[in-house]
Design a protein around this ligand. Sequence first.
Ligand code: NAD
Length: 289
Amino acid sequence: MTATIIDGKGIARAVREQVARDAAELAARLGRPPGLAVVRVGEDPASKIYVSNKRRAAQQAGVQSWEHALPEDTPQAELLELVQKLNEAPEVDGILVQLPLPPALDEAEVLASVSPDKDVDGFHPLNVGRLWEGVPGMVPCTPAGIMELVRHAGISPEGKRAVVIGRSNIVGKPVAALLLAAHATVTICHSRTRELPAVCREADILVAAAGRPRLVRGEWIRPGAVVIDVGVNRLPDGTIAGDVDFESASRVAGHITPVPGGVGPMTIAMLLANTVKAARWRASRPVRQ
Ligand code: NAD
């Protein structure tokens, strides 16, 4: 193996420690801790685990959290009403609607109903627009975490070739926007991209977010490249595999993230960082509360 491992767990710990210091400072200044409201609809077991992990991390960092668990058959209007209440609640700095919502609900309408100032997931169309405009706003957590990992690898994206595999609104597109804002030359690949291995071989920074176990092999990687593996794929034997074949890739890459222990831990850390950011942002504009 030649690649340096990017320690997502350690970097996420450092982010959470910084959040804890910021949360304590805010609590002293505002007379209350930063607050995160999580909305969950239905009984999806994975969503339940994600939400409880997020709340535990919040508690450890001194961020107050509330969970609003609604039944599977909640009407759209009722969900929108709850979001509106949370938008107006002064003690709530961040609102997260856990996805996916049950199929009967209109996800886009719900995400657009969250106040952009409290949109700690960064999925509101206004924040998406801000991201592509390159102006400050709420940035989605996983992509923000990926940029932290690249920064910690000591690599400046400026002038580099970045290739992103995946064009989802949650990972692929926002991470491409962030790399572009950091002055990389960015290529976004997807399931219909031709000659994917050849495109990947041009990358100084390669982000794999396709949701395909071990798609990216060592031969696809430019020697010395930074490889960020976003994939979390459950294999039939119950183990988790990334989108990158770590074995072969780590012999060619300069830096590489493991799965687990790479991107995964960063997502929750950045959610907490966004909650503190939202609390600061709101505290600096008291007239809008
Ligand atoms: P998605 O299914 O919404 O999007 C996948 C994208 O990959 C699509 O744009 C598709 O066109 C592209 N793609 C699929 N197969 C491809 C192929 N063979 N070649 C090229 N492109 C291909 O998934 P998502 O929500 O963006 O998530 C991607 C992966 O990242 C999943 O494994 C998911 O579990 C993981 N993920 C991890 C975290 C984390 O915190 N670690 C967060 C979000 C997503």
